[in-house]
Write a protein that binds this ligand. Sequence first.
Ligand SMILES: *Cc1c(COP(=O)(O)O)cnc(C)c1O
Length: 373
Amino acid sequence: MTGFREAVIDLAAIRSNMAYLRQLVGTPHAMAVVKADAYGHGAVPVARAALAGGADWLGVADIDEALALRDAGIDAPILAWLHDPDADFSAAIGDDVTLGLSSLRQVQQVADAATELGRAASVHLKLETGLSRNGVHENDWAAVFALAAALERVGLLRVEGVMSHLANASAFDDQQALECFERGVEAARAAGLTPTLVHVASSAAALRLPAARFSMVRFGITLYGLSPFADATSADLGLVPAMTLRGRVAHVRRVSAGAGVSYDYLWRAPHDSTLVLVPLGYADGIPRQASGTALVHIHGANYPVVGRVAMDQFVVNLGADNPGVAVGDEVVVFGDPVTGAPSATDWADAAGTINYEIVTRIGHRVTRKHLNG
Ligand SMILES: *Cc1c(COP(=O)(O)O)cnc(C)c1O
C-alpha cells in the first residue's frame, strides 16, 4: 500500500542501470557515486545494488559517508574526496577508505595519520584542471608529487590514483581540462608515481566524451536513471529512473468559482472545482518554486499543482469534475515517465533547477521504501 509520504526506490533499476552503463563505457573500473545518501535514494541499499550491478568502486564526498558504508558491512573500495580541515584521517585509513587529496597540507596530514597508525594510506591525488574547486593546482604539482613519492618510498602512502572533475561547460573547455589532466598524469609518472586508477569523467563525460574515460568513470546521476543532459531523456539514454515519490490524498474538497487556494491566493478557482490535498511540502523537498507549474499523477492522469507549495502540503486541481478520486488514493509526484507520471526532470524544469537537486533534496520525513533488493 502507498504510504503517507514515501520515496520508493527500485533497486533492480539501480542494478540494471549500473550493468548497462558499465558495459557501455567498457572501462576497466567503474565507480558508483553514492554521496549525499545516494542522491536521496539511500546510500547503503544503493551501494549494495550498484556493486551487484558491476560497480567495483564507491565514491562519496565526506569520510563520514564512507565510514557509514563500512559500518553497514560494505567492504568494496571507497573513495572520499572532500575533507574537513580537521578530518579524522586515522579513522579513514583504519577503515580502508581511500582518500582523494587536494593539497600539500592534506598529503602531510594523511602522512601524519599513517605514521601514527603504522600503515600506508591509499590515496588518489586530485588535480585542479579548470573547475576552480578543490584539486592541486598545476603550480603545485611538482611539490605535491615529490612529497607523495617520498612518502611512498617510506611506506606511508600508496598513490593508487590520479583524478579530476570537469565543468561540462563546453567541448572546448572540457578539451582544455583534459589536456591539463594529461599533463598532470604525465608529471605524476615522471615524479615516480604509478597510479593505476586515472579518472576524470562523471556521468556526462562518461557518456559523451570517450576521451575522458581513462581507466575509470564515476557514475552518479545516471546510476539513478536520470539524464545529465537537457537534450536526452532517461529512455533516450537507456536508463530507468529508480525513484518514485508518492503520497496519499489527504483531503478532497469541492470549491466554488472564485475560491482562493493556499497562501497568498496565488490561484483562485476559475469555476467550481475539485481540489485534492497532497501531504508533501517544501520540508519534504517539494520545491516552492514549482507552485502553480508542476503536475502530479492520480488515477492515470496528470493534474496541475495550484497555489503555493507550503511546508507540509500542496493542492492539486482535478478540474470541474471529480474523476473518482477519494481520500487515501495514491498520488505520484514523480517517477518513471514511461508509466505516464511526471519525471524528476519535469519537476526540475517546473522549478527552474536540475533533476539532481529534485531527488537529492527529498527530506527525512519521507519514508524510503526499497524494492527488489
Ligand atoms: C558528484 C560527483 C560525481 C558524479 O557526478 P554525476 O554527474 O552525478 O555523474 C562524480 N565525481 C565527482 C568528483 C563528484 O563530486
